[in-house]
Design a protein around this ligand. Structure first.
Ligand SMILES: Cc1cc2nc3c(=O)[nH]c(=O)nc-3n(C[C@H](O)[C@H](O)[C@H](O)COP(=O)(O)O)c2cc1C
Length: 332
């Protein structure tokens, strides 16, 4: 999108106690640009005085892909990160209050109570919002440097969420087995595939600007990115091919302390923090949650990685294939 640039970060003259129409537009743009399950944007945004209210919305038509609403809540978490960064970029504190009773839909209120300059990291991540996109194709050959991996995993880590890289052949093999198992399970589920096709444009057609749903052209049929969203054309690679791919790519496991609705929102916030940090540094990324919708896959992954936390998302990072070292923001 590239529309969220620094000129919008200047402070806009505002009436004493409410955001101006221009500021509200900046908040809405940031929220609209967040990643979401099947690009459904399962939220609504309302602004009152200097409080922005993000409400989780039900999507009944994801009964087979997201029966528990895990992805819906993570999507709201990602949108909340963008909202907070936009509030901070306007030069306000962002006091967050998340209301969620039991399994009910969440409401996150973000209030700018006083003036406060954004940090360098907040500015960097805010400015990456318009460039972030799902990159499911194969990455270029260049490895992600260790220091950048550290920065990205730190961006995903908070008091309630852990970002941890898959490392070494044993872990890669364990993940490959679980991904192949999950892809096979979804691939064989006709109801799931029917539901996915309802959210996907037909071949040759592209999605209009701002339209919900997935573009057929954005989905790939082979590689790790394909295993993360099984379609009728997904070719599930054998374990050794998948293991080699995992070892070549940088794969981050985002896990949360608990597995309650608030944990899913927190995981979504972390996913977006890491994704924006990586985007700002010229990396491309995509997320896979689908395999982790299977409880047995979540449990087995935690055991194989020695985690006491609950895996919520896998994120793959690398340099876009077309980018050269001098042009790291090259188009995917
Ligand atoms: C919680 C969540 C779960 C997602 N799960 C998957 C997934 O399993 N596989 C996949 O390929 N993309 C997944 N995505 C990516 C969305 O399809 C993508 O964000 C959406 O289509 C918008 O496209 P964009 O990321 O390019 O803006 C997920 C995104 C979110 C926020």
């Amino acid at each position: 999108m590239g529309g969220l640039h620094s000129s919008k970060r200047r402070r806009v003259d505002e009436p004493a106690c409410r955001w101006s129409a221009e500021e509200i537009g900046i908040l809405a743009d940031a929220v609209r640009s967040a990643p979401s399950v099947h690009n459904t944007r399962p939220w609504s945004l309302a602004v009152r005085e200097r409080t922005a209210e993000l409400r989780e919305g039900e999507i009944e038509t994801l009964a087979y892909h997201d029966p528990e609403g895990r992805d819906r809540r993570m999507s709201c978490g990602a949108a909340l990160t963008n909202l907070v960064l936009a509030v901070r970029s306007l030069g306000w504190t962002a006091d967050v209050d998340i209301g969620i009773a039991g399994k009910s839909l969440a409401i996150a209120k973000v209030t700018g109570s006083r003036r406060a300059d954004p940090t360098a990291a907040e500015i960097r991540r805010y400015e990456a919002i318009g460039d972030r996109t799902s990159y499911r194709r194969a990455f270029g050959p260049e490895a992600v440097p260790g220091q950048l991996r550290e920065t990205v995993s730190s961006a995903a880590t908070s008091v309630s969420v852990l970002g941890r890289w898959i490392s070494g052949g044993d872990e890669a093999l364990a993940v490959a087995r679980l991904l192949a198992y999950a892809a096979g399970a979804f691939h064989g589920n006709a109801d799931y595939k029917r539901e996915l096709s309802a959210w996907t444009t037909v071949p040759g057609e592209s999605k209009g600007e701002g339209e919900l749903g997935l573009s057929w052209a954005d989905l790939v049929s082979a590689g790790l990115g394909a295993v993360g969203l099984a379609t009728s054309r997904t070719r599930v690679p054998d374990e050794s091919v998948l293991t080699a791919r995992i070892e070549r790519e940088s794969l981050l496991v985002v896990s949360s302390r608990g597995d309650e609705p608030l944990d899913h929102i927190r995981a979504g916030e972390s996913v977006e923090q890491a994704w924006l940090e990586a985007t700002g540094a010229g990396l491309a990324a995509s997320i896979m949650t689908q395999p982790l919708h299977l409880g047995e896959v979540r449990d087995a992954l935690a055991v194989r990685l020695g985690l006491s936390t609950v895996p919520q998302a896998l994120m793959r990072f690398g340099y876009p294939a077309a980018a050269t070292p001098g042009n790291r923001r090259g188009q995917p």
